[in-house]
Design a protein around this ligand. Structure first.
Ligand SMILES: Cc1cc2nc3c(=O)[nH]c(=O)nc-3n(C[C@H](O)[C@H](O)[C@H](O)COP(=O)(O)OP(=O)(O)OC[C@H]3O[C@@H](n4cnc5c(N)ncnc54)[C@H](O)[C@@H]3O)c2cc1C
Length: 392
């Protein structure tokens, strides 16, 4: 295959980290060819708003989308291909294999590659057997859940993190009976217990049934789940939402020889460079470093993804920018009350040896060196939409 002189930047994954990297690289290098491949039908949206689309607070998914592929082309000269999945990377010749919507595959060269493949919801063993078990991560999954609300009267939510709390509110707004099953003694375990108790009180006040400290959850039924069984009882359900956390999408990276960190996500230096030359990574597939403890951490949050993407994009384009760390800054809404943690709560403190971010300085000239620590950004948070659950 004949090589282009500078095939430019190829980005895998077109949401927070991927589009931030592409946009930043474009601002710094107007001449750089930039191509984005995204396997779903949508790019550049706030997944944080999906529960508020399901609830009806956000009238259309279009309201969650910042830029369409056409706008990226027209306004920023970035080529965005949706329904295109990258299936392999060959770092020795700097190519990716891309599967087109037709199923046909082609090879695309890159000068720099940005892996922004995000994370996927964790699943319960065997949940694929049932047609009424859902997860929420993409626009497509938000659309499916929104349609579901008109057809069910009860739902079991497995897991008690911020997505569960937000989705409980969304379902209650449709008058659906909601039961949350949580393994740990309290919900929202990234908050300290006093905060979790307040959130639990608010959920109960709005009719959400909480089952905490449950053991194994069993889904019962033939093609559809009809009952959820736990050591606390057996409950009728019309549908199940599994929200038990995410796992980083690292398969492509692993096959390309990219090193993973101790969290199981991709390890980068503070310039977002992976262990393989010319391959960068950022977002929910990548581990960060806590500026509080100095240890590797995994905070799959939108703001962290945007910051990692921007730093990668800047370094790919020219400059030498450091990411000084990643704060876990979960924020959510429970009824009309915003709930938020910043920095390191007592619950987040885990005993581990102090390590420092593995730095590898570039030999290229650096126009400037800046330090960026992530912090939460209200624009991703639903707290400004303060309607009560009964408000429909
Ligand atoms: C319901 C919900 C609510 C949330 N609420 C909040 C919140 O309030 N605050 C907050 O900070 N964060 C929140 N988050 C998390 C936030 O959305 C993520 O941290 C953020 O989207 C991560 O961005 P990313 O670009 O790393 O990954 P993703 O958003 O997961 O995007 C990765 C993209 O890569 C694509 N992809 C993967 N592999 C390939 C491949 N091989 N080829 C082509 N494309 C590929 C995927 O299809 C996906 O679209 C929420 C998430 C969800 C699902």
């Amino acid at each position: 295959m004949e090589k282009n002189s500078d095939p430019g930047l190829v980005v895998v994954g077109g949401v927070a980290a991927g589009m931030s990297a592409a946009a930043k690289a474009r601002r710094m290098r107007p001449d750089l060819p930039i191509t984005v491949f995204e396997r779903t039908g949508y790019v550049s949206y706030g997944a944080c708003g999906l529960p508020y689309y399901v609830s009806g607070d956000v009238p259309s998914v279009d309201d969650l989308i910042h830029f369409t592929p056409e706008q990226f082309k027209r306004q920023r000269n970035i080529d965005v291909h949706v329904h295109h999945e990258v299936t392999a990377i060959d770092p020795s010749v700097q190519t990716v294999t891309v599967r087109k919507p037709s199923g046909e595959e082609r090879e695309v060269d890159y000068t720099a590659l940005m892996l922004a493949t995000g994370a996927s919801p964790r699943r319960l063993a065997g949940q694929e057997r049932f047609s009424n078990v859902y997860t929420i991560d993409t626009i497509e999954s938000g659309l499916a859940l929104q349609r579901l609300c008109a057809h069910i009267s009860s739902v079991a939510i497995i897991g008690g993190g911020f997505i569960s709390v937000e989705m409980a509110e969304a379902f209650r707004r449709h008058g659906i009976t909601v039961r949350i099953f949580q393994r740990s003694p309290h919900i929202m375990k990234s908050f300290d217990t006093d905060m979790s108790l307040l959130i639990e009180h608010e959920l109960s006040r709005h009719g959400v049934e909480l089952y905490k400290g449950v053991g194994e959850v069993e889904l019962e039924g033939i093609d559809r789940v009809t009952h959820v069984s736990t050591d606390m009882g057996r409950y009728d359900v019309d549908a199940v939402l599994v929200a038990i956390g995410v796992r980083p999408n690292v398969e492509l990276a692993l096959e390309a020889g990219v090193k993973l960190g101790i969290t199981g996500a991709i390890e980068t230096d503070d310039h977002m460079r992976t262990s393989v030359p010319t391959i960068y990574a950022g977002g929910d597939n990548t581990q960060g470093y806590s500026p509080v403890t100095g240890t590797p951490c995994y905070f799959p949050l939108g703001d962290t993804a945007n910051k990692m993407g921007k730093v990668a994009g800047e370094n790919i384009a020219a400059a030498t920018r450091r990411l000084a760390g990643a704060w876990e800054a979960p924020s959510s809404r429970c009824s009309a009350s915003p709930v938020r943690a910043q920095g390191s709560t007592n619950t987040m403190q885990r005993p581990s040896a102090l390590t420092s971010w593995p730095r590898r300085r570039t030999t290229t000239t650096a126009p400037h060196t800046a330090h960026t620590a992530t912090r939460s950004r209200p624009s991703c948070s639903p707290t400004r939409r303060g309607r009560s659950w009964e408000g429909r």
